[in-house]
Ligand binder design. Sequence first.
Ligand code: HEM
Length: 438
Amino acid sequence: MTAALKQIPGESGLPLLGHSLKFIKNCNNLYDEMHAKYGPVYYNEYLTTRAVNLLSPEGNEFVLLDRAGNFSSRMAWNMSLKALFPNGLMLRDGDEHRLHRRLMGAPFKTSALALYVDTMNPDIANTVQTWAKQDTFLFYPAIKQLTLDLAAKIFLGETLQEEAQDINKAFVDVVDASMVVVRYPFLGNKYQRGLEGRALLENYFAARISQKRSSNDTDMFAEISRAEVEDGTTFSDQDVIDHMIFLMMAAHDTTTSSISSICYALAKNPIWQQHIREEAKAIGAQQLSYDNMANFDAAGLVLKEALRLYPPLPMIPRMAIKDCEFEGFAIKKGQHVHVSPYFTQRLPEIWSNPTKFDPLRFSKERSEDKIHRHAWIPFGGGAHKCLGLKFAELQVKLVLFHLLKKYEISVDPDYEMPYAPAPIGKPSDQLPLKLTRL
Ligand code: HEM
């Protein structure tokens, strides 16, 4: 490190609190405010963390691709997730992470994904069918329940009924606890319920691993229990438990968030509902098969555009494990370094009319996302890029296929979705949508 390096500008905010209140209220507004004051490289403090923020596609690439091995994902995510999701894939680094990621490939290979699609088709069609019976339809809780039911089948190979309701509740408690600000168990608070939920899930998985290992089941739990690489390495029981609990968390609120934002955007832009509906009809089948996914283009464009405007993770954290340098600024070992999908996905240098919902910006002709490889990063990038992105895409497409064949989605003309972007984006009013049967 040379003396010529620049000091990073920024501010600490209020004593003790820093910018925590602003961050919790709307971290996206905080990014806009700080960027306007200091530019794309600055530091600030929130939730007891002093973080250097790099708000540019170049910053995303530097941190996520991490060619020089400057950053740890484990040390950054451990700050918020260690107690509830210890040793999940995202909370591992280096060679260990590479090995575990390779072992986790099995449940995400094409043949496995195609089976999940077959399983999800009828369940989604049946659930969506029941939605019109309600006058004021709160979309967010409905889609959250649907994705949870689907996860039970696909991840665990179970239908969550009766005895399994405990698993359902434990899982919801663990995920809810991961979102709280006060991470201290106290008198049955959310965090304590989360830790209890984690204990229950650990017992659930531990009791079933050996049976899953010797089964021919096709759910993710079975695939991960049986996973093996060429030299014979397999996961220990504790690895299976840690990966399963993390996987379910990583999949659940992110997909719920994405489908909610998509349906809000579609309610505001009915022409895109029409495009998707026409493609669904042209497919000419009751179910959307894995092979037909590629012919469902409009849904793919809408997904990309909704994730651009409403990335479920507004921020991705790392910790520097070496002194390093970015564009002439000194970053010290031990510093937290954050990048923001939200911010770079609205940069006017990259995106034309950035606040407009315009899925065609992702078309082959316009390809705005190709201007910089790390301008569009809702799934992250580099070694930790989302392992479930294909699965998420399939699930989103299936929901759109069945939903839009049955309903026109609408909102009052002056309705704007109130959005809470952190820690995982969601509509703060549960998203009331009108579903009109076609
Ligand atoms: C639209 C939905 C989703 C979004 C936006 C999303 C976003 C992300 C992001 C940004 C990361 C990288 C975090 C980092 O670099 O620190 C990530 C990692 C991960 N996601 Fe997703 N995710 C989604 C759905 C899923 C689903 C459905 C699954 C599983 C079925 C999943 C499993 C994972 C796993 C295992 C990792 C860790 C990868 C690693 O560390 O190697 N995600 N996700």
